[in-house]
Design a protein around this ligand. Structure first.
Ligand code: NIG
Ligand code: FE
Length: 409
């Protein structure tokens, strides 16, 4: 039994019993902060919070740890709803190729990119993949991430996709934080199917999805809908096959081009559409008529030097925004959500509050864990971050690259 009281908190952020499950429009800018506050946790569950002046104290002090948070902020850990954390090795060679002038698309056409990762993953053992993922996940938890989604998609064969998903299943059991698994077999066409794309789609639908369903290996299904990858029509068939066995659709859309994937994913009831570096009027209209979340991945734009998503236009249109790391070896080799927070403020022109909501409340929604994570509410179980003493809340995204965490509960 562990009891913790954090007292004299300068600002207790995102704490309240009536915070919406999904924020959009002007509501994204409002963030509850209780000044001079306390927070009580019992066995990692929120049991009480409020203003110091209202604190009743506790009857039984035995075994209670008291933490004095003088000058510091306390808030819910971030949820990272879009990552590719399981992979075999980093791809810094392609990074150098890009510096020397090649584009991400040119590197992929040469057999680099996702196919490069798939080649490397095919010879890695499940234990090797698990061990390297543990090293990364330990680091990202220490960096403030309290819930994680992980995609397959570096397998691209029945054996390797299942190997990845079984590794993710082991990771779910290994960690106390929620981990959600997304089946992304449709991440790229493997070399063997270059001239037979339909053959690979058949493999996904008839050989991968049935096993994933029987073994309970995924929560979501995702497709990379893009020029030279999967067409809108191919995406629709694959998402539908997943949906038919209970996998909730998500989609990688509009990273480089607008093909109509947003509308198609929304029509299939997608929980989120991710990337959206490019955005058209039709995309806005279809998102407006749904609860689908627009997930922006500014680290990918930063790292590849492509357009940043148009957060202001999405907020203006009352479309809920989520921010995620897209942590992967090719387009975003960084999992630090404090850095994503800074990028969102600097490059997407989101206010510190809007970006924070996008990394907590809306991110929890995009992972289907809104009832337990993303805010501080009685009974909630997510991790809690205590900062170092800092001058103000806005200092957190302002001091980009700095780790302001003092402790994680
Ligand atoms: O989300 N866009 C497609 N997939 C990943 C990148 C994968 C890679 O380059 O390895 C993304 O950016
Ligand atoms: Fe991605």
């Amino acid at each position: 039994m562990s009891k913790i009281i954090i007292k004299n908190i300068k600002g207790l952020v995102q704490a309240g019993e009536n915070i919406s499950l999904l924020l959009r429009g002007a509501d994204m800018a409002s963030l509850p902060i209780i000044e001079d506050a306390y927070l009580a946790l019992e066995n990692n569950v929120v049991i009480d919070y409020g203003k110091m002046e209202d604190w009743q104290g506790i009857a039984d002090w035995r075994g209670v740890e008291v933490v004095d948070a003088e000058g510091a902020y306390v808030f819910p850990a971030f949820c990272d709803s879009h990552t590719h954390t399981v992979f075999s090795s980093f791809r810094e060679g392609e990074f150098v190729d890009r510096i020397q002038g090649l584009t991400y698309e040119e590197i992929a056409l040469k057999g680099g990119g996702i196919l490069n990762s798939a080649q490397k993953l095919s010879t890695a053992t499940a234990n090797e993949l698990f061990d390297s993922a543990v090293q990364r996940i330990d680091k990202l938890i220490a960096g403030g991430t309290g819930a994680l989604e992980i995609k397959s998609g570096y397998g691209l064969s029945v054996d390797s996709e299942l190997k990845m998903l079984r590794v993710i299943k082991r990771l779910k059991q290994h960690y106390q934080i929620p981990i959600k698994a997304t089946f992304l077999g449709a991440h790229a066409f493997p070399k063997e199917y270059k001239n037979n794309p339909e053959g690979y789609i058949d493999t996904i639908i008839n050989e991968m999805i049935p096993v994933i369903s029987t073994e309970g290996l995924a929560d979501f299904i995702d497709v990379f809908c893009e020029r030279n990858y999967f067409s809108v029509e191919q995406m629709q068939r694959i998402l539908l096959a997943g949906k038919n066995v209970g996998l909730e659709p998500k989609a990688h859309v509009n990273q480089f081009s607008i093909l109509g994937g947003v509308k198609a994913a929304v029509d299939l009831g997608a929980l989120s559409v991710d990337h959206l570096e490019e955005l058209g009027e039709e995309d806005i209209l279809s998102l407006q008529s749904s609860n689908c979340i627009a997930t922006l991945l500014p680290a990918c734009s930063f790292f590849l030097g492509i357009s940043f998503g148009d957060a202001r236009r999405l907020i203006q249109a009352e479309i809920p925004i989520c921010l995620a790391s897209d942590y992967n070896p090719g387009s975003a080799p960084n999992h630090n959500l404090f850095f994503i927070w800074s990028l969102a403020c600097i490059k997407l022109k989101m206010t510190p509050e809007e970006a924070f909501n996008a990394l907590t409340v809306n991110a929890a929604y995009a992972m289907g864990i809104s009832e337990t994570h993303g805010k501080i509410k009685i009974g909630y179980t997510g991790k809690i971050i205590l900062t170092n003493p800092i001058p103000s809340f806005a200092y957190l995204p302002y001091s980009f690259g700095e780790n302001n965490i003092s402790r994680i509960f």
